[in-house]
Ligand binder design. Structure first.
Ligand SMILES: [Zn+2]
Length: 536
């Protein structure tokens, strides 16, 4: 679908045809009050209605949380759809067919190959799944899942599979059907032999977890051994369709619930994610053996503003959480951290304590800075000056990135209380850090796979541009895409200027940007784009 764009005219017609009151009513109870309708906001928790829908202007607005927009905005937020998906879904409802204008793909060969890679992964997943359910060799695997409390419905829902203990089960199966082993290798399903010609199955004697993208296509697999053999987990290698730092396990299943709750729970493992889904907590995704990246956050923020992190309470998990805190400070998203009792992961915690127990733990989640302070103090101790310096060294760079001054001074005070040092001295050190520039600290802590930070000025300029606060005419006179340092910004600016030259409207521009850039597989970048097509 990524190679299609929806004509602006059609986007407008569908919006005019649809009734926002009717669409919103399918999600919440609306009451007529004067010219408008009011109800309880689906995007934040409230007891008195501050969510208003205007049939005259065909927009909604929440006076509680500030959410607002037109019918498309409502659909993307509540149903977790991308902009083009929302247009299509609504088009279907109002009976307007969307003509698909095919843009010439940048590389038809590459697109064709990608489509093949999706197909191969899909075929492999089906075969592995059938193995798990039917083959006698999979008896141990079935027993293993049963012993971990995974129900049959969950095995079905997540299409879990089993790779037979042979070296060429999948290879034979697929090449018999005429598939090239080289393509299978490219799909990450088989590996080339090192000493001689030929290939062998990548996954052997493992329980397999298919990984989907937001469009529901299989992009790769994760495999777990049944015993204590190493590596415990083996994933697909990165392929043209699978980039770990941009994918989250179970995202396609969780997206609706994430959008509804406005909150996502991020765990570390496949079993954690599926155990929670099985327990009825469905806004859960898992990272795929990588640290959380800025790309992950960009994908998530389309659906939620709040993130709850539950990494394992071992040293690796704690360090991963601490690294991530930095990311949240600059992302504008709210994060909280759940610390489980030592030795427990979300999977066994929810089995031992039930859904209610788990949700209680989530409600007790800490703010990231409280968590960081607690962990750093526990790791280092605060008995002597060296330890105190060490804790301050770790906390102050984080504090220097806090945008809210009140929050910053709250933690400065807390740090001074905990370390029993003068607040003024800490403030002095903090000031020195801020003068050096917080960016250096961010760089050192960001995952290597992440993008370099976008210069603030460019971000602001782009924001103004996309929100119609700057005339494109003026901008076109003085700026070119090359004036932007970030490659993604260059692309957006180029689109914006193209659009201007074709005298497209603001809404056309935004939907174009959405369909060009905010595709499921390239959900990486959504900087300030949403409000432009809100039309408020
Ligand atoms: Zn609200």
């Amino acid at each position: 679908m990524s190679s299609y764009s929806i004509p602006e005219e059609v986007i407008r017609r569908i919006r005019e045809q649809a009734d926002i009151v009717e669409v919103v009513s399918q999600h919440l109870l609306l009451k007529k009050t004067g010219q408008n309708y009011t109800g309880l906001c689906p995007f934040h928790h409230e007891k008195t209605p501050s969510f208003v829908v205007s049939p005259a202007r065909q927009i909604f607005h929440c006076f509680g949380c500030g959410a607002g927009g037109n019918v498309y905005h409502f659909l993307t937020k509540t149903e977790g759809l991308t902009f083009p998906e929302a247009v299509r879904a609504l088009g279907e409802k109002v009976g307007i067919k969307i003509p698909t204008v095919k843009r010439s793909p940048p590389n038809p060969e590459a697109e064709k190959e990608q489509a093949r890679l999706y197909e191969l992964n899909q075929a492999a997943v089906q075969w592995y799944h059938k193995n798990l359910l039917e083959r006698p060799e999979a008896r141990t695997a079935r027993a293993y899942l049963a012993q971990r409390g995974i129900q049959t419905e969950t095995i079905e829902a997540f299409c879990l599979g089993y790779a037979l203990p042979s070296w060429d089960g999948l290879l034979k199966k697929m090449t018999e059907k005429g598939c090239s082993p080289f393509l299978l290798e490219k799909a990450g399903l088989v590996s080339a032999r090192e000493q001689q010609a030929g290939f062998y199955d990548r996954f052997r004697d493992r329980i397999l977890f298919p990984i989907w993208n937001l469009s529901g296509q299989v992009i790769g697999l994760g495999g777990r051994v049944l015993d204590e053999a190493l590596p415990k987990y083996l994933n697909s290698p990165e392929t043209p369709i699978y980039i770990k730092g941009r994918s989250l396990y179970a995202m396609e299943k969780a997206r609706h619930e994430i959008a509804r709750a406005g909150c996502v729970i991020i765990v570390e493992g496949y079993f954690d994610a599926i155990a929670l889904h099985q327990a009825g907590v469905k806004n859960v995704v898992a990272t795929l053996g990588t640290a959380l990246t800025p790309f992950h956050l960009q994908m998530i923020r389309r659906f939620a503003r709040e993130v709850i992190l539950i990494f394992d309470p071992d040293q690796a998990g704690i360090n991963a959480t601490l690294r991530t805190i930095d990311l949240f400070l600059v992302s504008g998203m709210t994060a909280r951290v759940v610390s489980l009792p030592s030795g427990q992961d979300p999977d066994n915690f929810v089995r031992n304590h039930g859904t209610e127990g788990f949700l209680t733990a989530v409600r007790q989640a800490k703010k990231p800075m409280d968590y960081a302070l607690e962990q750093f103090m526990a790791q280092t101790g605060v008995s002597g000056i060296d330890q105190k310096l060490r804790v301050a060294e770790q906390i102050l760079p984080l504090l220097s990135k806090m945008e809210n001054r009140m929050e910053q001074s709250h933690y400065l005070k807390k740090l001074s209380d905990e370390l029993k040092v003068k607040e003024a001295d800490l403030a002095h050190e903090l000031k020195k850090l801020s003068e050096k520039g917080p960016r250096t600290a961010i760089k050192s802590m960001q995952p290597v796979t992440g993008p370099t930070p976008v210069p603030k000025e460019e971000e602001i300029l782009l924001h103004l541009l996309l929100h119609g606060k700057l005339s494109l005419e003026r901008v076109a006179e003085v700026l070119t895409p090359e004036d932007f340092s970030d490659v993604r910004l260059k692309r957006i600016v180029r689109l914006a200027l193209d659009c201007f030259q074709k005298s497209a409207s603001q809404e056309g521009l935004s939907s174009l940007i959405h369909s060009e850039l905010i595709q499921p597989e390239d959900a990486a970048f959504s900087i300030g784009v949403e409000p432009a097509w809100v039309g408020l």
